[in-house]
Design a binder for this molecule. Sequence first.
Ligand code: C5P
Length: 242
Amino acid sequence: MTLFAHPAEKLIVALDGMKPSQAVQFTSQLSGLRWVKVGLELFVLGGPQVVIELRDRGLRVFLDLKLHDIPATMAGACRRAASIGADLITLHACAGSKALLAARLAAVQGAEEAGIPPPTLLGVTVLTSWEPKPYAKELSMSQPINERVEGLANMVASAGLGGCVCSPLEVANLRKLHSLPFELVTPGIRPKGSPLNDQERVMSPCDAIQAGASRLVVGRPITCAVDPVEAFSQCCRELERC
Ligand code: C5P
């Protein structure tokens, strides 16, 4: 079972490494594009205006700022992000359930004040850039990463957030514990034949969806392709078949 019938609903194109004007222009090439990711780099340059511009073009925005602060500050940031029309917003689960709850309520208020539907908040569990050894040593963590991911995902669900961001390798396990409509949004996706770039543990779009991902974040296989329009269509076609 999947949450979304249309393949483009499952595909978030990450607009990394582009200036705001390039990012907006890039999206206009991809007919059928529904979702884009605005990450830290683009947001630091383009601010709320780039989110607003993308929304004005009919796109939905995954605002991946991975917020982590005290509850009042996370709530304030989520209220503002909701009011500019971000549809998916990420925050670090390890900020704690008080912060997650405050952020959720504030996001609903921000959207209500702006007269738009509330965003879905997604918890980030353990960054996949951590290797087990430095993770245990530098953070004095005795709990294995997979157990911590499960624990944080449970906290995210109990705080009423809409889902988690996770690596493709965590999807199947988290999906057993959290059924749809809890979202599992997954980067580290490589369609057949795409270069790995700096991603090491990757999955194909179809495998990730079959493992239980609700949406996929795909950047360079589309944005750096010789023919981005074809790369995007190919990814949609693959999603249609699975
Ligand atoms: O270009 P690529 O498809 O590798 O981009 C994946 C996107 O997902 C990037 O925006 C990257 O920051 C993000 N991401 C990731 N791995 C994670 C978390 C986020 O690649 N573990």
